[in-house]
Every structure is written in C-alpha cells, then in structure tokens.
Design a protein around this ligand. Structure first.
Ligand SMILES: Cc1cc2nc3c(=O)[nH]c(=O)nc-3n(C[C@H](O)[C@H](O)[C@H](O)COP(=O)(O)OP(=O)(O)OC[C@H]3O[C@@H](n4cnc5c(N)ncnc54)[C@H](O)[C@@H]3O)c2cc1C
Length: 450
C-alpha cells in the first residue's frame, strides 16, 4: 500500500476557553509590550505564549545585550523597554556604561567592550562606547511577568498557537494546543508577535521567507574574567592566535565570542553562527540544536585546556530556545527596505523607531486580513532590511505601537488599518515612548503616505 502524502483531519468542536478585546500571540519582547500597552490603554487583553516563561529570545534565547538604542548621544528606543531596564536595574540585573564612559578611548574600551557596549557598527578600534544594557535572562522573565500581572493582562502560558480564527477576512481569535487539548481564544483584534509570523502567515497574509544564521547561545560559569582580560590586553599576539582557534572550533562568531553578564564569573556566548538551516522546519531545527551542542562541547574543552581565565569554567546552560534571527517576513501595507533603514528615511506615519531609523505604521499592517497587527522581528521588511533592524529594543517599541493601535481601534469602533497614525503617536508619547514622529537632524524625509 502506498502511504498518502497528506491526511485529511477530522472536523472537531473546540471549547472556547477565553474571550477578550485583544489577543496577543507570543510573549517575547514585542508581545509583552503589545499586551501591556493595549491593557494600559483600556483594552481587555489576553497574552498566549507556548513556553512556561515570558521574554522570547531575550530570556529563553539568552540574547543578553539590549543594543541599537542610540542615535549619537540620543537614546531613541524608549517607553516599555526603558521601564523594563529600570526594573532590572533595581534588581541589580542590568549593567550599562554611565554617561561619562560613553565616548571613544582605550580606557573605556577596556572596561566596556566585553559587556557588549561598543558601537559594533563603527569602523576602527577602539569603537565608541555607547548606551547598551547587559542583563540577566531570568531577571527579564521576572520583570516581564511583573508588568503583565500589574497591567491585568490575562496570561496563558503553555499554549501553542495552532490556527487563526478568520471570518470573512477578519480575525476573530486563535486556536491553541494545550495539555488539556485544543482551545479557542476569541477576540476582536489579534496581534501576531510570534517572531515567525505564525498567525498572519496561516491567516493568509502575504509574506516572504527570509533566512539568516541560527545560534545555540550558551553561557559558561566560573570564568576568571579578569585573568582573561589581562591576557587579552597584555599579550595581544598570543591572545589573537588562541581566539582564532576558538572561533574556528565554533565555526563562526562575532568579534567577541564571550561577553560579561551581571552575574560574576558567568559569560554569555552569542555563538556559534550556523548557516543553511530553515528555522521553521523541524528537521533543520533539530539538526541545528545537535550541531550547536557539538561545537559548544569542542569549544569548552579547548577553553579549559588553553585559554587563560577559562581553566575551571563549565558549561552553565545552552539557551532553551534556538536563536532564530529571521524566518517569515510580512509583506504588509508598506515593506521597509534596507535603503529606508540605512538612509534613515522618515515617514509621515512613523509610529516607532530604532537606533536612527523609522518604522511606518503600514509596516505593522498585513494586507488582505482585517483586525490583525504584526509586531517584532517578522514585521514588514525585506530580508536585508530586517537584518539591520531586528534588535530587541525596536521590537519592543513596535509592540507598544501595535498595542496602542489595537486599543484605539476598539475605542473608536474602527478597523485597525483605519487608525490615524497621529493618534498612535500621541498615545505613544503619553505612555513615555518616542514614536519617532519628530525626525532627528540626520533623517531623510520620505514622500507622503500614498
Ligand atoms: C542569536 C541571536 C543574537 C541576537 N543578538 C541580539 C543582541 O545582541 N541585541 C539585540 O537587541 N537583539 C539581538 N537579537 C535579535 C533579537 O533577539 C530578536 O530580534 C528579538 O528578540 C525579537 O523579538 P520578538 O518579540 O519579535 O520575537 P521573539 O523574541 O522570537 O519572541 C517571540 C515569542 O513568541 C512565542 N511564540 C512563537 N511561536 C509561537 C506559537 N506558535 N505559539 C505561542 N507562542 C509562540 C515565542 O516562544 C516567543 O516567546 C539576536 C537574535 C538572535 C537569535
């Protein structure tokens, strides 16, 4: 008998487990921001997340530096991201250079480069030290949970988005898979913050499939960072040779493959870089997890044997979530291009900003489907543009704008695509976020909204 290539599933009845104004799918940086912003704007909000914690790549992915936050001396990504940083600082779980250290100089380079607080886009050495924040992943989970609870968002963890509920081209909620079976979560508006466009793509929104390297991020414990830094600075030639070998074993890494964290003796390793994997394909993700662990084991053995400061180190943990930078990208009402980002193009409907670039409201709006918003790394951008505009802080600002837009649509009784961007800008400011409506001196004006 020939096995069929596909099976028809049996139609079933799914219990309605929840009803809200706004359903946010995905509890990463963008989703937490969207949920809190919508709730603080008066909407009843439900947030679903597949894992048992909030934070997405910032916690489960162990991406532990908030960067791309400044345009010169101006801090451009503000609002909820700033609030989470303040909460982490109060817990002693966030570290950033003080204003007097944000400059060019070997002294500040030696202090701050291994915290990931250098402007990694600048040419030459030493690169300027800028405002960036190294933080702790469990701290991020905790403060994300705190703002969600305080904002009275209905949180449903352990719930894996399975199907969108769409009626006549309009979102009505989503179906999730849980330990107790499938559940329907009904809502007037849905925000897709899954990072991989799970909701919008299955609802039929036009999108493209991009790709970028993936990473099994890991942390090492019991590292004598002072000894490691002394060796690096006092014996640069010997350091360079060993560092090359470490990167060779990793099979690809940024310039600094280990960085300090707020926990003494614990370093995070934003590596290895692994290419050729499709990060929404189970076979590829499985292979990447195994390959990443193989490379990490080789690196740890080498580090213990050869690297000053690492003799007694151990593998503390490998991030529970595979580090996925890019998969599906929305092709929304406007598709942000690499030129838009690099030329700092400013749009009349700008509602959020990254370091020195601007994001129009149209880049959060899918075509064809109503009452759906998208926020985070899968926003409407071409693959090259997304690579340079996907950091955690701008994803959070996008989330805040999307949450506010959803609440504005509800209170006015209109479709999300009809919300006036000027109203979003005003509400963003009222919530302490800079929507980027006033361009900086180095921005370039785009033509009016078509
Ligand atoms: C290895 C690596 C290094 C990086 N380095 C940096 C850096 O140094 N600094 C920086 O600022 N940024 C960095 N980034 C980028 C940044 O981490 C991401 O772009 C950012 O976290 C995106 O936020 P998000 O909320 O859009 O998506 P995510 O963080 O991916 O969050 C999506 C959330 O949705 C949930 N979800 C997904 N699918 C479903 C589903 N079907 N059902 C329910 N829940 C679901 C996920 O579990 C997750 O919680 C890095 C990324 C990677 C991978």
């Amino acid at each position: 008998m020939v096995e069929p290539a596909a099976l028809a599933e049996v139609a079933r009845t799914t219990p309605v487990a929840d009803r809200s104004d706004v359903l946010v799918v995905g509890g990463g940086p963008a989703g937490v921001s969207a949920a809190v912003a919508a709730a603080r704007s008066g909407a009843e909000v439900t947030l679903v997340e597949r894992y048992p914690y909030l934070g997405g790549l910032a916690s489960g992915g162990m991406v532990l530096v908030l960067d791309d936050m400044v345009n010169g001396e101006e801090i451009t990504t503000t609002g909820l991201v700033g609030e989470l940083i303040e909460r982490l600082e109060k817990l002693g779980l966030a570290v950033s250079p003080p204003p007097e250290d944000r400059r060019v100089g070997w002294d500040v380079w030696r202090t701050w480069a291994r915290w990931g607080c250098n402007d990694f886009r600048a040419r030459g050495r030493p690169q300027p030290i800028v405002y960036a924040v190294a933080f702790d992943p469990d701290g991020w989970k905790r403060v994300s949970g705190d703002v969600i609870v305080e904002s009275r968002v209905k949180l449903r963890l352990h719930s894996w988005f399975a199907e969108p509920i769409v009626e006549d081209g309009r979102m009505r909620g989503a179906i999730v898979e849980t330990k107790s079976g499938r559940q329907a979560l009904l809502s007037d508006i849905v925000v897709d913050a899954t990072g991989d466009l799970d909701v919008a793509s299955r609802a039929g929104a036009p999108h493209v499939t991009g790709a970028y390297m993936v990473t099994t991020v890991f942390r090492l414990g019991n590292v004598d960072t002072e000894a490691a830094l002394r060796f690096e600075h006092e014996q640069p030639a010997a350091f360079a040779a060993l560092d090359r070998e470490a990167k060779h074993l990793l099979g690809g890494a940024w310039d600094m493959w280990w960085l300090k964290t707020p926990l003494s003796g614990v370093v995070w390793c934003n590596c290895p870089h692994m290419t050729g994997y499709d990060a929404v394909r189970v076979e590829d993700m499985t292979a990447a997890e195994l390959e990443g662990r193989r490379r990490i084991a080789a690196l740890v053995a080498f580090a213990r044997a050869e690297l000053p400061g690492f003799a007694r180190c151990y593998l503390l943990d490998v991030a529970p979530q595979l580090g996925v930078r890019q998969t599906r990208l929305l092709q929304g009402e406007y598709v942000v291009t690499r030129q838009d980002v690099l030329e700092r193009r400013h749009f009349p409907d700008t509602v959020c900003r990254g370091r020195d670039y601007y994001t129009p409201y149209r880049a959060l709006l899918p075509r064809r489907i109503d009452q759906l918003l998208v926020a985070g790394r899968h926003y409407s951008a071409d693959p090259q543009a997304q690579k340079v505009s996907r950091e955690i802080p701008p994803c959070m600002v996008q989330g805040q704008a999307a949450g506010i837009a959803a609440a504005l649509a509800l209170s006015a009784g209109i479709r999300v695509r009809d919300v006036d961007p000027a109203a979003i800008q005003r509400a963003m400011r009222a919530q302490g976020a800079d929507p980027g409506d006033v361009p900086s001196a180095n921005a370039v004006s785009a033509s009016a909204v078509p």
